[in-house]
Design a protein around this ligand. Structure first.
Ligand code: ZN
Ligand code: ZN
Ligand code: ZN
Length: 350
C-alpha cells in the first residue's frame, strides 16, 4: 500500500476478502467490508446477522458488527477520515462505492487489484497444490470425455453440459463455474452457451469447463470429434496444438506475458488463421477463474515464479467450426509446469 500511495484498502464482495482473511462475504445488499488503513489496524465491518459466521478472521481483524438501523458506509468512512487515496475491491457493489464517494469527496480511488494483484499473482506452494488438485480433477473428466464415457451423439449440448457439471461436483469441486459444450458451427462462438442443439455424427464438440475446489479454480478445454475427423479440421487442429505447446513452452521466468501470447499467435498466423484467433491467449487463475496476469499483447510484465495462468489459443471460423485447446500453467524455476495432462489431441469418440 505504501508503494502505491494507498491510504486505505477497502474490499467487500469477491475474492479479495477471502484471500486476505479466509472469510467470504455473502453477495448481499447489506455491506460487508474489510477496511485496512495504511499502517493501522484492520476492521471487518459486517452485518450483525452475519457476524457469527466470521470465524476464520478471528484474531486477524477487529470485527465491527453493524445493526439494521445503522449506516454501514458511515461506519467505514469514520474508520479513516478523508483518505487521500483509497483502493476499493474491483468487484465491490457500485452502491457501496457511490455512497463512499459522498463520505470521502476529495479521495482519489484506485482498484484494489493494483495493490493486491501483485500479491495474488504469485501463488505460494499451498495455492499451487490447490490448483494442481483442481486441474487433476477436471483432467479426469476430460479423459472420460475422450474415452467416450460421456455420450454425445443424439444428446443436446445442454444435456452434456449438465453431465459435465455433475462430474465437476462429483470430483470434489464445491462449485461449477461453467461447462461450455459447443457442437459444430456453435464452437465458432468462444463462450457459446450450451443449448438445445442435438450433437450429430462427425462433428467437432468443444468442451470448456471448470469449477472451484477448496477455494481454487480449474479450467480446461478439450475438443473431440464424434466419428471421422474432416480433413480441414484435422489440419487446423495440428496448427492449434503446435501453437498451444509453443505458448506453454514460452512461459519461462523472466519472459513477458505478451511473449506467451506472441508464441501462440505466430504459429496460428503463419498457417493463415491469424484473423480467426479472436481473443487473448489466456488469463491468470486462482481464487477467481479469471484474474491477473492476462496473457495478452501489451502486458510486458515479466513472468515470476508462482504465476498461474491459462494458455488457450483458439481458431474460429463462423458458420463452420471452432476449436480451442487450454491448459493451466504454473511458472517455476525449472520451467513451465502444465497442470493439465489430459490428451492434447483431437480425439475421435463414438
Ligand atoms: Zn473463456
Ligand atoms: Zn476455459
Ligand atoms: Zn480459461
Amino acid at each position: 500500500m505504501a508503494e502505491h500511495g494507498t491510504d486505505v484498502l477497502a474490499v467487500s464482495v469477491g475474492s479479495d476478502l477471502p484471500y486476505l482473511t479466509g472469510y467470504e462475504a455473502m453477495p448481499l445488499e447489506r455491506l460487508t467490508m474489510l477496511v485496512v488503513p495504511s499502517g493501522g489496524e484492520a476492521t471487518l465491518v459486517v452485518p450483525r446477522l452475519e457476524a457469527p459466521r466470521v470465524t476464520t478472521a478471528e484474531g486477524l481483524v477487529t470485527v465491527r458488527p453493524w445493526d439494521e438501523l445503522e449506516d454501514p458506509v458511515a461506519i467505514v468512512a469514520d474508520l479513516v477520515r478523508r483518505p487521500g487515496r483509497a483502493a476499493v475491491g474491483d468487484t465491490m457493489w457500485a452502491r457501496f462505492l457511490v455512497d463512499l464517494l459522498d463520505h470521502w469527496p476529495t479521495t482519489r480511488f484506485q482498484r484494489a487489484s493494483e495493490v493486491l494483484g501483485p500479491l495474488r499473482m504469485r501463488k505460494d506452494p499451498a495455492e499451487v497444490a490447490a490448483l494442481r488438485a483442481a486441474a487433476a480433477a477436471v483432467d479426469r473428466i476430460a479423459a472420460a470425455l475422450q474415452a467416450g464415457e460421456i455420450a454425445l451423439v443424439g444428446r443436446t449440448e445442454a444435456q452434456v453440459s449438465a453431465d459435465i457439471g455433475r462430474r465437476i461436483l462429483d470430483e470434489g469441486h464445491e462449485r461449477v463455474n461453467f461447462a461450455i459444450v459447443a457442437a459444430g458451427a456453435n464452437a465458432a462462438s468462444p463462450h457459446h452457451e450450451a443449448g438445445e442443439r442435438v450433437i450429430g455424427p462427425d462433428e467437432l464438440v468443444l468442451c470448456d469447463f471448470g469449477g472451484t475446489m477448496a477455494g481454487y479454480c480449474s479450467d480446461i478445454t478439450r475438443c473431440v470429434v464424434t466419428g471421422d475427423v474432416p480433413a480441414d479440421i484435422a489440419e487446423a487442429y495440428d496448427v492449434l496444438q503446435a501453437a498451444q505447446a509453443a505458448g506453454v513452452a514460452a512461459g519461462q521466468i523472466g519472459a513477458t506475458c505478451q511473449e506467451v501470447d506472441r508464441a501462440c499467435r505466430a504459429i496460428i498466423a503463419d498457417a493463415g488463421y491469424g484473423a480467426a484467433f479472436i481473443h487473448r491467449t489466456g488469463h491468470g487463475i486462482g481464487m477467481e477463474a479469471h484474474e491477473d496476469p492476462y496473457i495478452i499483447e501489451g502486458n510486458a510484465a515479466p513472468i515470476e515464479a508462482g504465476f498461474a495462468y491459462s494458455v488457450e489459443p483458439g481458431i474460429y471460423l463462423p458458420g463452420r467450426w471452432g476449436m480451442r485447446l487450454e491448459d493451466i500453467v504454473v511458472a517455476a524455476a525449472d520451467g513451465p509446469d502444465a497442470l493439465n495432462r489430459a490428451d492434447h489431441g483431437l480425439v475421435p469418440v463414438g
